[in-house]
Structures are given as structure tokens and as C-alpha cells.
Design a protein around this ligand. Structure first.
Ligand SMILES: [Fe+2]
Length: 495
């Protein structure tokens, strides 16, 4: 990793020194040096230049305030950050008046220390660029250019973030992020892979192949162990091809729960130049954003699958009450999917059938056993109770919010095509197609299953009934499609 800058840490307490060394060195990416008190600090500053001096205030031999004054004599532009406890906050404020750039209070927050250092070094670099003679006009013109460029960068990042936020399927995220990253950094070679059992399983690639790459001994291993990006210089081996690199190869880790789960690789810039600081920070920010999207999607999937399994178990428990309807929901789903295939229903609608088919009778949980399992014919009152099950089911699913289309299927699977069904009396195309399909599968399975009060009807009689009530109870086109399915025995009768 290239160092962001150099830092001198001056503190007489070895524990504080080591904590700051870790924060600024390992986490922050700075080259670090230490001094044990003010005098030692001055000696170090005479020997070499540092972007920032972090100094304690209370130290033997020379305290922090004196160090600050001496430092300013040596180099008036030297950035100094003082370290203080809350009890000595007044001293920190005095130090600011004497020219300190900032102060940090103990105990430190890692992010605060690193962001102070990043800000000071960033400002120093900006000022350095502005004071460069010649190129780019006056300092003000260059500052304007910097501002416009920053606005442009923010705009690009916002666009990319918005695009990522709209993708709820990780497979699509993998595809988009390779495409977006290659456009952002203008590279000809890009891949994204998932770390899997000692190898990188490439999910998507551009300018290289989708393959499984062994991690051992490659630049990818460095990225995983350091949990930080790495730019391999020409001469190291390209993990995509195993051949020596002719241009820099930029690998960025995707981190979840402190583990590297994926790596984005970018190489071969179209203009042949090396990666700039701006491109590196843009790619790192992009990777962070994409990793968060992937994590959110994964959490959502776990939550969604648990919810789906819970609801399916509920249906299984309802069917277990009534031995006659065992696996009814499973068969209804299977027949409906066959009809949907015949009618070339789109994959999204088929997904709704796959889950909604299981749930269509979930409202039967609210129907009493004495009614649901009654061996004889039902009274009118009992019939009315049974007829409540689509509305009960709808009320069960309504609070969950995730399944608006499945809700239609649950609520309206007893509607008739001519509007004489229940509970809403919907007719024709006002009943969604997948609901009209489920209606046929449900009726066919009910007719061909034995009930407490009658034996199962034969397939042939059930088919005759479906045909007879086409365009009254049923959508005739969907009945026709059912006849062409394996469940409908593949008949092709025009009517
Ligand atoms: Fe039903």
C-alpha cells in the first residue's frame, strides 16, 4: 500500500505511543516515527520532515507547548496536533491559539485520529498543488478547477450509489459492479470474485475469463491478509493469467464482518497511465458502497427465506389437520406453474405463483376443525364460514408488506371469471392472470381429491367440468392451456 504521508508521534507514555502507532500506521496507512519527549521530537524534526506531528502536552524535559513553539521556529508551516485529556482541554485550546492545527482527546477514537490526519494531509496536498508555479493559471483558477472536479466526482459517486441501491439481487450486483468499476476507472480488464475455499470464484469479468483462481501465492493473498487494497507493479504475476504484469494491477477487498469475502480487480487502463490517488480513493469508496449493498442483500435474503419457510410450515400444519388436503397446496402450485409455462407467463409472475400457490389456502387456519373436517355436507352457515378463508388469509399476510401480489392470489383465488365468485366479485381481466390460473389448478385438484363427503372424481370428469364452466367460472384460455400441460394430460382440444 502506498503511504498517505509521514507522521511523528511524540509522547512519553509508551502505551499511548503504541496505540497511535497502530492507528496511524496499520489502520491509517501513514509512515510513522516516534519520539519519547519534546527534546527527542525536536531532534527528529531537525533530521527529517513530517507532514504532521502528534504531541502529548505533559512530558518531561520539554513539554508539548514548548515543542510546539520550537517546531514553529524550525518550520512555521509545520502541522501539529496536540493530544490531551478532557481535564486539560484548556491547554489544548491554548495550543490552538499558539498555532496547533487540531487536538485529540484521550481515549482516542480510531476514526477521529485517522480523519484528522487525512484532512491535514489532504489540505497540505491541495495547497501544494495550488502553489505550484505556472501550469493551470492563478491559484484561484486552480482552486476553482479543484472545486469543479470535486463536484464532478461527487456527482459520479452519487450516480453509482443510486444505481447500486436499486439492485436487490446479488447476482445482478456482481454484474453491475464490474461494469461500473471498469467505466469509473476506464480499465480494459476487470473482475469480481467471491473468496471460496482458498480460491477466488470469479462471478463476473470483463476483458478476462470467468474462472476459479487459486489465491495461494498471488497478489490476492496479500489483499486478503492485509484486508487492504494492493496495486501490484509490472513484473508481478497477473492472477487472471499467471503471466507477468505489463501494467499495474489494482485489487480491492470487499469486507463483511471483518472478513474479506470478495475482491474487485482492475487493470489495463485504456489510456495506459498508472492509477492516480483520485482513482484509488474513488475505487475504494465504490468498493465500500458495493460491499454494503451486498451485505444488505444477503441479510434481506436470509430474512426473506426464513419468513417464507415459516409461512410454508404454517401451510403444512394446516394441511396436516385435514388428511384429505395433504399436499394440496404443493400440487396446486405445480399445476399452476405448468399452465404458466404454457401461457408464457414471465419469470417474475411465475415466482409469485411458486410462493403464492403454497399460501393460497393459508386462511383456513381461521376455520374451525368442526367445519373444515366435517364428514357430511356443510350447512349454509358453515359454507359462509369456509368462504371467509380468502379474507382471513389476506389479513394474515397484509401486515408483512413483502407480498402484495401473493396477497391478491390468496384473496381472490375463489373469484369467477363472470364475476359471481367471492369475496370481491371481480370479473374477467380484473382478476390477475396468475389468480385465474391458480383458480383452475385449485378446482382441478379439489375435484380429483377425495373429500369427507364424496369420492374423488376421475381426471376425465374433472376436465369436462373445467371445459363446461370455461368463460363462466374459469378463464377459457387458461383452461385450454391446462389441457396442454402434463397434468392436464397434454390434450389439444380447441373450444
Ligand atoms: Fe381456497
Amino acid at each position: 500500500m502506498t503511504e498517505k504521508g509521514s507522521v511523528l508521534i511524540v509522547d512519553d507514555d509508551p502505551v499511548v505511543r503504541n496505540v497511535l502507532l497502530d492507528i496511524l500506521g496499520s489502520v491509517g496507512g501513514y509512515r510513522t516515527d516516534v519520539a519519547v519527549d519534546g527534546l527527542d521530537g525536536i531532534e527528529k524534526l531537525k533530521q527529517r520532515q513530517y507532514d504532521i506531528v502528534f504531541t502529548d502536552l505533559t512530558m518531561p524535559r520539554m513539554n508539548g507547548m514548548d515543542l510546539l513553539r520550537e517546531t514553529k521556529k524550525l518550520n512555521p508551516a509545520q502541522s501539529v496536533v496536540v493530544i490531551t485529556g478532557f481535564s486539560t482541554l484548556d491547554n489544548a485550546i491554548n495550543a490552538m491559539k499558539e498555532g496547533a492545527r487540531d487536538f485529540i482527546t484521550k481515549p482516542f477514537k480510531i476514526n477521529t485520529v485517522v480523519s484528522i490526519a487525512d484532512r491535514i494531509v489532504g489540505e497540505k496536498k491541495l495547497l501544494g498543488r495550488l502553489s505550484e508555479p505556472g501550469e493551470g493559471g492563478t491559484a484561484m483558477e486552480r482552486l476553482n478547477k479543484e472545486l469543479f472536479r470535486s463536484l464532478y466526482e461527487i456527482g459520479i459517486f452519487h450516480m453509482v450509489s443510486t444505481e447500486l441501491d436499486g439492485i436487490f439481487n446479488n447476482r445482478e450486483v456482481y454484474e453491475s459492479l464490474v461494469d461500473m468499476a471498469s467505466r469509473l476507472l476506464n480499465v480494459r480488464e476487470a473482475s469480481f470474485g467471491i473468496v471460496d475455499n482458498g480460491s477466488l470464484k470469479v462471478e463476473n469479468a470483463l476483458g478476462t475469463t470467468v474462472q476459479r483462481i487459486s489465491i495461494n501465492g498471488t497478489v490476492l493473498e496479500k489483499v486478503i491478509s492485509a484486508k487492504s487494497y494492493y496495486i501490484a507493479p509490472p513484473g508481478e504475476l497477473n492472477p487472471h493469467t499467471g503471466a507477468p504484469l505489463s501494467c499495474p494491477f489494482f485489487s480491492i477487498p470487499f469486507i463483511m464482518n471483518d472478513e474479506v469475502f470478495g475482491i474487485l480487480n482492475l487493470a489495463n487502463k485504456a489510456d495506459g497511465t498508472a492509477f492516480t490517488d483520485y482513482e484509488i480513493s474513488l475505487a475504494a469508496a465504490f468498493a465500500k458502497k458495493a460491499a454494503l449493498r451486498i451485505e444488505n442483500n444477503a441479510l434481506y435474503e436470509v430474512f426473506y427465506n426464513n419468513l417464507v419457510n415459516t409461512l410454508k410450515s404454517l401451510v403444512t400444519s394446516i394441511e396436516a389437520r385435514d388428511s384429505y388436503t395433504k399436499q394440496h397446496s404443493e400440487r396446486v402450485t405445480s399445476y399452476s406453474l405448468q399452465i404458466a409455462e404454457q401461457m408464457e407467463v414471465c419469470p417474475e409472475e411465475r415466482d409469485i405463483i411458486s410462493f403464492g400457490g403454497y399460501l393460497h389456502d393459508i386462511g383456513k387456519i381461521g376455520v374451525r376443525d368442526t367445519v373444515l373436517l366435517k364428514p357430511g355436507r356443510l350447512t349454509e352457515e358453515e359454507m359462509l364460514e369456509i368462504k371467509l378463508h380468502p379474507v382471513i388469509g389476506d389479513n394474515i399476510i397484509k401486515p408483512i408488506k413483502f407480498f402484495p401480489r401473493e396477497r391478491e392470489l390468496i384473496r381472490n383465488h375463489h373469484e369467477h371469471f363472470d364475476g359471481t365468485g367471492y369475496p370481491d366479485g371481480l370479473a374477467g381481466n380484473r382478476i390477475p392472470l396468475i389468480v385465474r390460473i391458480i383458480k383452475i389448478a385449485d378446482t382441478y385438484d379439489a375435484m380429483t381429491s377425495s373429500r369427507p363427503y364424496r369420492k374423488a372424481l376421475s381426471h376425465e370428469i374433472a376436465i369436462e367440468e373445467l371445459k363446461k364452466y370455461s368463460w363462466t367460472q374459469f378463464d377459457g384460455d387458461a383452461v385450454h392451456a391446462f389441457l396442454r400441460t402434463p397434468a392436464g394430460r397434454g390434450e389439444t382440444l380447441g373450444f
